[in-house]
Design a protein around this ligand. Structure first.
Ligand code: SDX
Length: 436
């Protein structure tokens, strides 16, 4: 095999160039030397939606889309889901290594210290309508926390970053539960630090008048596994947003709010809620074939299907299907599971989906579990954001400490008008000034 060099010939000038290949990529900046004249800006790459562009070097998550592989810091997602807790995996994603028992205890203690919300934040939440969508409430409240912790702007101080990271991870479940309770006019339940991260979330969500909330251990473990599966996924849309906003040195709260806003879109994290609406629209197994035909005719998408990277089964979807069986032993079978399984069966046999390599993704089955556990569909994307805040913050920190990174500012291909000059309004084409 030859050297790691790419030889390019510019047919416009006949000039030849040698560009180094590193990690299977060439630096776009190395193309700037390719010019047609001295005042030419130089060659750029054009890659709308970054379909084939690496924006960073990252050691956090590895995905092989063809083989359906997902690893956090080298550990297969299947092993992490089976052997670890969510906070243990959060420590791994943030620090690069699995914690010792002492490190894990210290980490849990740090997170537990920050589960409460400043009382003014509760008043902020009171300002929302009872039927406000929880994602809108979450995004706004996270951004508002930047006013509660102004010291978070000192993003270059590692100890300060660590404190804000712990605060955000700890407060996401509290904000989520308060959004849920606000909808029903229920009193807020304060965190109970005797409970695990996930049990405490369930406590703040569902405790009523019992003296002490006791979480069903099967449901608590299922939710913990779902949090592990959603914790990071390399350079997805919301993580790209977190890196871009964070690159201007904005504080982590407004950066996370921006990332959560990106996640809320129906093509990204909002898909889990859309899957439930799709299954409700289909209504029964018998209607699945007609719905699939509608999609193939170009009317809408199969929500929860397809992925930019996975061109094979999303490994998380497989684990979620197993987790669903555990949940249904407690909650009873969610009838929508039969519709989902029929949809998957038909789609996986249909040339339209096979040709486009469309398989169930992480969002296809997660909503069915969440609904069976008692979560409303409008909370599903918030349930995605709770664990994903770990990935956003780990990627944010990696960006800040990467000497190659600076403020994100892509270029463009200009397609607008050439230079032209202002005409007084009464002289413009079609002006009615002075007509009467
Ligand atoms: C997440 O990036 C991540 O890692 C995201 C995520 C994470 O953990 O962060 O994994 C989480 O966001 C999962 C994806 C959730 N979204 C959905 O389930 C929404 C439905 N899926 C699609 O919108 C779509 O598959 C995307 C957005 C997920 C991926 O879109 P791409 O890569 O831009 O692919 P595309 O839209 O160019 O589609 C290629 C072809 C098109 O057909 P043709 O124009 O070639 O005829 O496949 C078709 C699309 O129309 N297609 C679908 C489809 N997804 C793609 N057709 C029907 N149903 C679908 N779901």
């Amino acid at each position: 095999m030859g050297q790691n060099m790419l030889s390019l010939t510019d047919q416009r000038t006949g000039l030849q160039f040698e560009v180094p290949i590193t990690d299977g990529t060439i630096r776009a900046a190395d193309l700037k030397q390719i010019k047609t004249s001295p005042d030419d800006f130089g060659m750029m790459t054009y890659d709308p939606a970054f379909l084939n562009t690496a924006s960073c070097r990252s050691a956090i998550t590895f995905i092989d889309g063809d083989k359906g592989i997902l690893r956090y810091r080298g550990y297969p997602i299947e092993e992490l889901a089976e052997n670890c807790s969510f906070l243990e995996v959060a420590y791994l994603i943030l620090n690069g290594e699995l914690p010792t028992d002492e490190e894990l205890n210290d980490w849990i203690a740090l997170v537990k210290r920050h589960t409460m919300l400043h009382e003014t934040t509760k008043k902020f939440l009171e300002g929302f309508r009872y039927d406000a969508h929880p994602m809108g409430m979450l995004i706004s409240t996270i951004a508002a926390l930047s006013t509660v912790y102004p010291e978070a702007r000192d993003i270059q101080d590692p100890e300060n970053r660590k404190k804000q990271i712990a605060r955000l991870i700890a407060k996401m479940p509290t904000i989520t539960a308060y959004c849920y309770r606000h909808h029903f006019g229920l009193p807020y339940i304060y965190p109970d630090n005797d409970l695990s991260f996930t049990e405490n979330f369930m406590n703040m969500m569902w405790k009523l008048l019992e003296p002490k909330y006791v979480a069903n251990p099967i449901l608590a473990r299922a939710l913990d596994i779902l949090f592990i599966l959603h914790a990071d996924h390399e350079q997805n849309c919301s993580t790209n947003t977190m890196r871009a906003v964070g690159s201007s040195q904005a504080d982590p709260y407004v950066s996370v709010a921006a990332a959560a806003a990106a996640l809320s879109g129906p093509l990204h994290g909002g898909a889990n809620e859309e899957v439930l609406h799709m299954l409700d629209e289909i209504g029964s197994k018998e209607n699945v074939a007609a719905y699939v035909k509608k999609v193939k005719d170009g009317h809408g998408k199969l929500m929860g299907f397809g992925h930019r990277v996975y061109k094979n089964y999303d490994p998380r979807a497989r684990i979620i299907k197993w987790t669903a069986d555990q949940v249904f032993t407690v909650t009873g079978l969610n009838p929508k599971l039969e519709i989902a399984k029929e949809l998957e069966r038909i789609a996986l046999e249909d040339e339209y989906f096979i040709k486009r390599k469309l398989y169930p993704n992480v969002d296809f089955y997660s909503g069915i579990i969440y609904e069976a556990m008692g979560f409303r569909p409008d909370l599903f994307t918030v349930l995605f954001a709770i664990p994903r805040v770990v990935g956003w913050l780990a990627q944010w920190q990696e960006m800040l400490t990467d000497p190659e990174q600076k403020i994100a500012r892509p270029r463009q291909i200009y397609t607008g008008s050439g230079e032209r000059h202002v005409v007084p309004i009464d002289k413009r084409h079609g002006s009615t000034v002075g007509a009467d």
